[in-house]
Design a protein around this ligand. Structure first.
Ligand code: NAP
Length: 291
């Protein structure tokens, strides 16, 4: 199947493309417009942003121009934003409304609790747990009000996820967005998400910004040479081939196009080589410190 058409059904029944476009650190009206122009032309139909990225308004402005340009309607694209760690608890509803207003998109397809912790509260403090539970219960109401189709979490470990799933809420966790690449992948978490029908979505699939450790890893480069693909394409395909969502970020047209040009197969032996890399390194923040 053409990878641009790969989708997964979320608990609401809405379909989410498995490939999305990440926008962390891409700011400014002109830059956002240009990257999204390249992204829509290349076939991306999902945009990943967050309140803390400070680019929601510029994305909203770009969509006004670009959707008609590509003959797309609001419902043809999938928009994700995230709750800032400063807005956990009762403030979650107002924060979601603000994201929708900034993006000027009517509703969100997906809203994620960005981080299991709360800004300004020590990681080990029990208030983190209380407030993120309150966020979840607040966001359930926002689904019922039609503000957002699905809700999920990000950077949640198995204990954080267990808190929600054990309560058997009538709105299920749709997605857990986590750092996930051959240098950092916890198979237990993947299994847990599979069992609970939670889509695992990878971020920093290329190792994040200004970090060449993954892209220059000898095994990744070997597999890329063998398949005549770039190391970035191999890293993205490695996740996609496990039914894990991806949201690569890129500024250049060349990278934006390459990152969705993933219609190839990594042979099983090479998948195993990549999955068995000994390096274990997180390149982003680590949620294990949040109780
Ligand atoms: N939930 C969370 O806590 C969280 C945390 C981090 C990220 N995210 C989300 O995940 C998205 C992706 O993660 P990320 O931003 O950390 O970075 P990433 O996707 O791992 O990598 C981005 C870097 O790789 C470069 N790049 C992109 N395509 C390339 C290619 N084909 N060949 C070589 N280099 C390439 C980019 O350079 P150029 O820009 O120069 O092309 C950029 O510097 C974010 O944008 C954000 O939406 C979420």
């Amino acid at each position: 199947m053409d990878c641009k058409m790969m989708k997964t059904q979320l608990p609401s029944g809405n379909y989410m493309p498995l490939i999305g476009f990440g926008t962390f650190q891409i700011r400014g009206r002109a830059l956002i417009r240009n990257v999204l122009d390249h992204a829509f032309a290349a076939g991306y139909r999902q945009i990943d942003t967050a309140a803390v990225y400070g680019n929601e308004q510029d994305i909203g402005t770009a969509l006004k121009e670009l959707l008609p340009k590509y003959n797309l309607k609001r419902e043809d694209i999938f928009i994700t934003s995230k709750l800032s760690p400063s807005d956990q608890g009762n403030a979650a509803l107002r924060a979601l409304q603000t994201s929708i207003k900034n993006l000027d998109c009517g509703y969100l397809d997906l809203f994620l609790i960005h981080w299991p912790g709360v800004h300004g509260i020590r990681g080990s403090h029990p208030d983190n747990q209380k407030l993120r539970s309150l966020s979840w219960e607040t966001l359930i109401k926002s689904v019922q009000q039609g503000l957002v189709r699905d809700i999920g979490v990000s950077n949640y470990t198995i204990p954080h996820l267990t808190e929600i799933v054990s309560k058997n809420y009538n709105v299920k966790v749709a997605v857990n967005q986590v750092e996930w690449h051959p240098h950092c992948h916890e198979e237990d978490l993947k299994q847990f998400c599979q069992n609970e029908k939670i889509l695992l979505q990878a971020y920093s699939s290329l190792g994040g910004s200004s970090n060449l450790k993954l892209l220059s890893d000898a095994v990744v480069v070997d597999v890329a040479n063998k398949l005549e693909k770039s190391p970035a394409q191999v890293l993205l395909r490695w996740a996609l081939q496990q039914n894990i969502g991806i949201i690569p970020k890129a500024r250049s047209k060349e990278h934006i196009e390459a990152n969705i040009d993933l219609n190839f197969v990594i042979p099983e032996e090479d998948m195993n080589k990549l999955s068995n890399l000994r390096t274990v390194e997180k390149y982003a923040w680590d949620p294990k410190s949040i109780s």
